[in-house]
Design a protein around this ligand. Sequence first.
Ligand code: GP9
Ligand code: MN
Length: 431
Amino acid sequence: KKSELDTVKEFTESHYAAPNAKMYGIAKGKNVIVIHLESFQQFLIDKRINGKEVTPFLNKLYHSNSTYAFKNFFHQVGQGKTSDAENMLETSTYGLSTGSLFSQLGSDNTFQAAPAILNQRAKYSSAVFHGNVASFWNRNNTYKNMGYQYFFDASYFDTTGDKSTGYGLKDKLLFKNSVEYLERLQQPFYVKYITVTNHFPFTMDKEDTDFKTTDTSDSAINGYFQTAHYLDQSVHEFYNYLKKTGLLKNSMIVLYGDHYGLSNSENETLAPILGKSASDWTSYDNAQLQRVPFMVNIPGTTGGKIESTYGGEIDVLPTILHLLGISSKRYIQFGTDLFSKDHDQTVAFRNRDFVTPKYTVLNDKIYSNETGEQIDATEEVQKQVDADQKKVNKELSLSDSLNNKNLLRFYTPKGFKKVDAAKYNYADGLE
Ligand code: GP9
Ligand code: MN
């Protein structure tokens, strides 16, 4: 009898997208540095406020010919917010329909996640740098099950007094103070920086910003441009450290926004700043604002451009593996390589709404991406949308059974050694 795991495997195998030969292995052997841009939405890119760019450094990266950037890339998180984004990037499976997968399943589940895959296939070491306490989102337990060797959390850094804001160490200090650890990691490494300063309610100490922001009635919106500007400066400084230490030329830097910073209830106030009218703002407009940056910067290459392919966080892992010249075929992953000609451009949101290059489908209502208007579908369009909706529902529910029933414990990809969480101890540097 066909097991549930068989059903999941059947789906991911038939959904698999073979790599693009032009891109496969272009970053082989390089260090991988993932920079998690907290609450960072795509509309910040190239945005000017009072004549000044909000994020001049990230804009430069976005337009650089050593950066493969995506302008139609969406976050796909649910209630687990940051942790859902992390889960998708590390495993290419979805977060749960309610709550956080990290919190609910991270302590016990079997994972076949990026740090373990990279370690076993290409001898990568791995680490996370984060300015908050290790227990937030149950990261300390989840990371061990994912095979992270090191977790440099708040306990490794001086976070006292004005060195922190609401969610921990200020980003500039996180990057700066991490370098001594980063330099000592065995190469190649796979590391992730989870920033915190650009987080709701987007407040910051006066001395950390001189960015002249908006003066809307919503202080979160006004603050957002300032904390995003600070995040941009932090990443710029980090790039300078990477250059100085010589790490930059041996690394591939992956930058992405985890989810929205400004919520739907704030978007009407935001609308005029984006050149839109507040009075006819719709759910369609809210959905379009769920775009977040996804950029892969590979210093030394020149083929980078701004891609218009549609995709989301679920697609990152197979994309990265293929850039590193590691086949993803043997793993159970729901996303597909963004560079593949077979890449699936249907982007599922956690609530089963979805976006394709042509349509945005919200609660069974179909909007045309071309006009932004809700349409009365022709029979043909309705048939296509129904098929896409069916696939989205299936994908989410198969990912849920895989994770809720811990089915990966029954599946061993070729050559994969199960992660032994007991091997890792994240005690701080003081002990
Ligand atoms: C906390 C940080 C914030 O450590 O990652 O998480 P979020 O509130 O964005 O889910
Ligand atoms: Mn977040």
